[in-house]
Ligand binder design. Sequence first.
Ligand code: SF4
Length: 399
Amino acid sequence: MLVQSERNSRSHEVYGALSTGTRELYDEARYLQKADLESLMARACVIREARWGRTVTYSRKAFVPLTNMCRDTCAYCTFVKHPDHPDANIMSPEQVLATARKGEAQGCKELLFSLGEKPELRYERARAALSLLGYDSMTDYLADMCALVLEETTMLPHVNAGTLSDEELEKLRPVSASMGMMLETISRRLTQKGEAHYACPDKVPLQRLRTLERAGERKVPFTTGLLIGIGETWEERIEALHAINESHKRHGHIQEVIIQNFQTKPDIAMAHHKEPSLEDMLRTIAAARLILSPDISLQAPPNLSARHIAYLDAGINDWGGISPVTIDFINPQHVWPQIDVLAESCKSAGFALKERLPIYPDYLKRGSAFLSPQLQDRVAAMAARDGLAQEQRHLMQGE
Ligand code: SF4
């Protein structure tokens, strides 16, 4: 654990009845919650700078919301549409390709496939819509759409399809440069009635941890992260960060961790739920940087807080995907910052903004261990010597 020597020994009296591991975690969580924020952030920045320097990266992407139907009903989600809703849909191959081509024309390298979880297992209408496209499984359709994009464009699929079985990971690995699934939280308590993940079979933490493990066993460069402020306790956040880090220690596959803040919206069940404060975000980001292995990239999205530049002082080194062509379908009310403006504000803060590919340089270096053989030449041709994107385009559409 992180702060063995710095813990208040009295906390051992308080948690004396707990197992050693749990007690250490509580002690560490308490320390991270109470420690002086500036000194925590300073320590996080030392770790960031030793591993990532003064470069902050982003991925230039286009977003394909392959389906907005989902068998889960997260209390903070505006993306999901019930199959009876007129806007419920599955994108056709033509629509997928049109988005990919639009992204390609604007210099995007990543095509982010994001979709609701297995709607066909719950809704007849979703099954029927999928069947019209000639499929009975959303994962099969997704795998074919990734293959189509690889065949027809220069874009690299990054797949964000939620919990996945061994078989599903095997189908998607050959046709994606990387994959992701937010762990979000480790709190099973949040699956109870009235909580954020009630009636969400894919948000049972054990299921998500299993997907993290399966991805590790298959050497998939993987993105995960926490959703902050959905009802979890501080201790649960720290526990979740450790769970991610332990999976990475076993398999070496976690290329990035996102610390994402809950955002309230008028049309969600959690409309009156409080958003995390900037201080809470900064403390969580710093704690993440201190807990996670330094080789895991730490990311916070720039469009979900007007004060995102402050995140740099807490230890992040990446902004995640930014799209010059599609909106953030998950948080449609939050526009992406213009990339050249972001580059300027990074510069003022003493950082160089650089474009990366969806697969990080470390994983590229490991060749076939972490990247399907059929993607290797293509990705290598897109990478500069440092493993970041060879073409660095910082201008937004129309500029
Ligand atoms: S957040 Fe994801 S899993 Fe939850 S309802 Fe929305 S689309 Fe489904």
